[in-house]
Design a protein around this ligand. Structure first.
Ligand SMILES: [Zn+2]
Ligand SMILES: [Zn+2]
Length: 281
């Protein structure tokens, strides 16, 4: 089985380690390939997206490491790009796509606060509830539905190679909404039906459980069941921000997808995307 992880962060955005340290950790974990995916640039710079002034250095760094370690591991240059509701990927993100081996399309931002600052669904619970109050008049259901519609919009408009952490909105949920409610299941179903029309792969992301934020991976088991029924391709990634997290819960996910009845996982090669049977390492 080709062991891979195509969602990792480094000190070029909000990760703790250098790309080289992440690569060495991947080699230690017997990965066959590794993708580095810095958070892409945004208009209003912050602490977790890459600074526009660092983009060229990031690209050069990952490309030279790709060459340096080519006999030990296949390295892919990627980015995790932010889809902005109603706008899409920024021009600076769009201009980067052709220079990358692949990218992950993610929705973190869902609106703007009254003071003009963009807010994200995954930073703190306080920011999430303030955002829902100020952008959706406190209507949680509307905010969650808008979140899934935004993912659908992104899938239809760009068909990202990978769609990141599908149900990220649950990260700060606690008791804001119930994942078992019919309206929630319906919002997810509508989103999956749109993704099914595209070539996008949905990632199974262990970042939330690895960092203790969520009990289950993204997306939750019942959503994985719905993905399987629709035969949408999946890949397993750890969304690691440190060398310690690079392989976190990956083995458990191989067992989980096997138990849920998935037949295959996707992986990236120099010749493009391929499917593989699930086995253990
Ligand atoms: Zn993300
Ligand atoms: Zn990420």
């Amino acid at each position: 089985m080709h062991i891979t992880n195509l969602h990792t962060h480094t000190f070029y955005c909000d990760g703790s380690n250098s790309p080289e340290e992440m690569i060495l950790a991947a080699i230690e974990n017997k990965f066959h390939s590794l993708g580095i995916t810095s958070h892409g640039p945004v208009e209003e710079e912050n602490d977790w997206n890459i600074k526009k002034s660092n983009i060229e250095e990031y690209i050069d760094d990952v490309r030279s490491l790709k060459e340096k370690y080519k006999d030990k591991i296949q390295i892919f240059l990627g980015m995790e790009l932010d889809y902005i509701p109603g706008t899409g990927f920024s021009d600076s993100c769009l201009s980067l796509i052709n220079r990358l081996d692949y990218y992950i399309g993610s929705v973190h931002y869902l609106g703007k606060l009254k003071d003009g600052r963009p807010w994200t669904v995954d930073y703190t619970r306080e920011e999430l509830t303030q955002g829902i109050d100020e952008s959706f008049q406190g209507d949680i259901r509307k905010a969650v539905e808008r979140y899934y519609e935004t993912i659908s919009e992104m899938a239809i408009k760009y068909q990202p190679p990978i769609i990141g952490h599908l149900d990220l909105i649950k990260k700060n949920n606690k008791n804001l909404f119930d994942e078992n409610e019919a309206w929630y299941i319906n919002a997810v179903e509508n989103c999956l039906n749109e993704i099914k029309k595209t070539s996008s792969i949905i990632e199974i992301n262990t970042g939330g459980i690895a960092r203790g934020y969520t009990k289950e991976q993204y997306p939750s088991n019942f959503i994985l069941q719905m993905i399987k029924e629709r035969n949408i391709p999946v890949i397993i990634n750890s969304d690691a921000h440190t060398i310690e997290g690079i392989a976190c819960k990956l083995k458990e996910m191989y067992t989980l997808v096997n138990d849920l009845g998935f037949n295959s996982l996707m992986y990236l090669t120099k010749d493009g995307w391929k499917k593989q049977k699930i086995s253990y390492y």
